[in-house]
Design a protein around this ligand. Structure first.
Ligand code: HDD
Length: 684
């Protein structure tokens, strides 16, 4: 039995059960249910004759194949998802009437889809990009979609610019190059023309853009939303997802190699963790701002290129989400899931953020082309668990058989049904738009309160650890190094001067440009919550450890160490020179069929045989270069020496033994990556 099958089915899963089709023990039919004897040979006039038009089975099969594809998402095409559950810790009735946020006994089913933005559906997972983090809550009051990203800020302030931004970051129009990359002229031309992108660009150049795992990244609702309580009082709110495993990233050099070794790296990681029963978890956090504080900040709460620093408004943990079930069918569920920011429930409302307002139109609109008509909410994964009753009718692929003789409101023929949700003046459970007072002239003009594009980019830079800063500089050099037009690079450096002079200097030197003249003084403020250096967790759960073994491995020494690491939740894979058994231990992978970039740590237990083996030595040196924990049992000391590692940080030699050895290795893994190793010139 799969681990996820041990989880009791919630309301959504029971609803989905009605649509699941099990082919076990069945016989082959056409789409019309006619039994078929042979699906391998078309109907021909004679053994070597032409195919006959009357072969309905042949025509149906070809027709179905010809029409299998639907348009991929115009952005976020590459993604994968899972079902799960959400539960609030304590009632938030003080702020909202949304019942899934008010009743701690309620388990709300969810579906989450993670994605990259720029790449096509078949592009690699590990690219420098934003990750989508979209959650559909199937609440009793209807579906609520929190369609967020793993970065809290967006490149543009007004949705009318989305087409321009996406056209700039997607492959260039004349030759459709490059795929799933931001390192090209049009993106950086857009950036230099549009300084509102700069805060976002700092996030994009940071390690946030190359997450180790979907399970180890934060999510953000980005916009300021509103919560509305029973008295109709609103508070502003920012939504955060915080992963219980901490927020961790890959190393850039590793990213490039993972793409070739396993283009499905993040997708596989999510799938495997759920299959294994290591269900990923996030805490939902809220930053709550009273309406009276709307203008209390030095930025505009409606500006989606800004964060509210956590040190100013703390993130209050309010609930937990667990992903515990993989979809049964990728297309039916993950590809057909349709999110929309306008899917809100009573107690959650919008603000006038111009990006959010545009999104509320765009998501519905895109589903019409992508899913082929207006009935996409009837697709099982999109169907609410709340009942649906209205006068909407017809359209492509209508699946309901409405029995009513009327389809208009108000009617007297059908007893006025479906009636208003308000019963005897009681509005409970009914969506009521927040009655915000709006007063203004029709005008195409950005508010002056949206004008500061540099201060929070500087705040982000100031908040980074030394190694995060190094990674950001290197990312700028990689990206701008792929830009062909010199003037674009110069303009970008010109903007960086306004963020931080040292940053601009390092990038300029790398690009062979003169050191720029000093810009405005750095304001010196920082927000420690922004640094991933502060997010290590005391766990090695789900960390993948490669154990190098051979026929000479001392199984007696290895087994207790392996069991102790697995006891702490790590996943150990034995890598040997051949498949089958090595020293009575079952080998999971053959050395030539894997690579160190697919693991978080390496344990050397080869019995000395691999010290002369080039690929094995390379495996260890590459793991070191990528900052990974390395440990050697006595049988692995020859290989460790052969690797000639230029440092000892996170390297556990065979001197320690037993529990001390395991603990030292586990502690080195918990750090995630030893970024303080000096590997700039180290060649694996
Ligand atoms: Fe968007 C998909 C996140 C701005 C228009 N967006 C999409 C997805 C995510 C986001 C996670 C994938 C959903 C899925 O898995 O199916 N988008 C964001 C965030 C934004 C944002 C966090 C800013 C805060 N998006 C944005 C704007 C527009 C769109 C300003 C248009 C005006 N987004 C779309 C879309 C997509 C989409 C074209 C493509 C496929 C889809 O909606 O269903 O409508």
């Amino acid at each position: 039995m799969r681990h996820e099958d041990a989880v009791e089915k919630d309301e959504k899963q029971r609803q989905l059960d009605q649509h699941r089709v099990d082919l076990q023990g069945t016989r082959l039919t056409t789409d019309q249910g006619v039994l078929i004897d042979d699906t391998d040979n078309s109907l021909q006039a004679g053994e070597r004759g032409p195919t006959l038009l009357e072969d309905f089975h042949f025509r149906e099969k070809i027709m179905r194949f010809d029409h299998e594809r639907i348009p991929e998402r115009v952005v976020h095409a590459r993604g994968s998802g899972a079902y799960g559950q959400f539960r609030v810790y304590e009632s938030l009735a003080e702020h909202t009437v949304a019942d899934f946020l008010c009743d701690p006994s309620l388990v709300t089913p969810v579906f989450v889809r993670f994605s990259t933005v720029a790449g096509s559906r078949g592009s690699a997972d590990t690219v420098r990009d934003v990750r989508g983090f979209a959650t559909k809550f199937y609440t009793r009051q209807g579906n609520y979609d929190l369609v967020g990203n793993n970065m809290p800020v967006f490149p543009i302030q007004d949705g009318i610019k989305f087409l321009d931004f996406v056209h700039a970051v997607k492959p260039e129009p004349h030759n459709e190059i490059p795929q799933a990359q931001s390192a090209h002229d049009t993106l950086w031309d857009f950036v230099q023309c549009q300084p509102e992108t700069l805060h976002f660009v700092m996030w994009l150049m940071s390690d946030r853009a190359i997450p180790r795992s979907f399970r180890m990244m934060q999510g953000f609702g980005v916009h300021t939303f509103r919560l509305v309580n029973a008295e109709g009082r609103a508070t502003f709110v920012k939504f955060h997802w915080k992963p219980l495993l901490g927020t961790h990233s890959l190393v850039w050099d590793e990213v490039l190699r993972v793409q070739g070794n396993d283009p499905d790296f993040n997708r596989r990681d999510l799938w495997d963790a759920i299959e294994r029963g290591a269900f990923p978890e996030w805490e939902l956090g809220l930053q709550i701002v009273p309406e009276s504080d709307e203008h209390a900040f030095d930025f505009d709460l409606l500006d989606p290129t800004k964060i509210i620093p956590e040190e100013i408004v703390p993130v209050r943990p309010v609930g937990r989400m667990t992903l515990n079930r993989n979809p049964e069918n990728f297309f039916a569920e993950t590809e057909q899931v349709a999110f929309c920011t306008a899917n809100v429930v009573p107690g959650i409302d919008f603000t006038n953020d111009p990006l959010l307002q545009a999104r509320n139109f765009s998501y519905f609109d895109t589903q019409l082309i992508r899913l082929g008509g207006p009935n996409f909410a009837q697709i099982p994964v999109n169907q609410p668990v709340a009942p649906v009753h209205n006068d909407n009718r017809d359209g492509y692929h209508q699946r309901m058989i409405h029995q009513s003789g009327t389809s208009y409101s108000i009617n007297s023929i059908s007893g006025g049904c479906p009636m208003s949700g308000v019963v005897s003046g009681d509005f409970s459970g009914v969506f009521q738009h927040y009655q915000e007072r709006v007063d203004g002239r029709k005008i195409r003009k950005r508010s002056p309160s949206f004008e500061d594009h540099y201060s929070q980019a500087t705040l982000f830079w100031n908040s980074m650890s030394f190694w995060e800063k190094r990674h950001i500089v290197n990312a700028f050099l990689f990206e701008l190094g792929h830009v062909e037009r010199r003037n674009i690079k110069e303009k970008v450096v010109g903007h960086l001067v306004h963020i931080d002079h040292e940053l601009a200097t390092q990038v300029a030197l790398g690009l062979g440009m003169p050191v720029p003249a000093g810009g405005p003084a750095n304001h010196g403020k920082a927000s420690p919550a922004l640094s991933q250096a502060n997010s290590a967790r005391e766990t090695i759960a789900t960390r993948k450890i490669a154990i190098l073994v051979t026929d000479a491995t001392d199984a007696g020494a290895l087994t207790p160490v392996k069991e102790a690491l697995e006891g702490q939740g790590a996943i150990c894979e034995l890598i040997g020179p051949h498949e089958g058994n090595a020293a009575s231990l079952a080998v999971d992978r053959q050395l030539t069929a894997t690579n160190s970039v697919l693991y978080d740590a390496v344990l050397l237990a080869d019995g000395g045989l691999l010290a002369e083996d080039g690929p094995a030595v390379h495996f260890v040196r590459e793991a070191f270069k990528h900052g990974k924990a390395i440990a050697a049992l006595p049988g692995g000391s020859a290989l460790l020496q052969a690797a000639r590692l230029p440092g000892t940080q996170g390297v556990i030699g065979p001197d320690a033994s037993g529990g001390a050895f395991v603990q030292a290795f586990a502690d080195a893994i918990k750090v995630h990556r030893h970024y303080d190793r000096d590997v700039a010139t180290f060649s694996a």
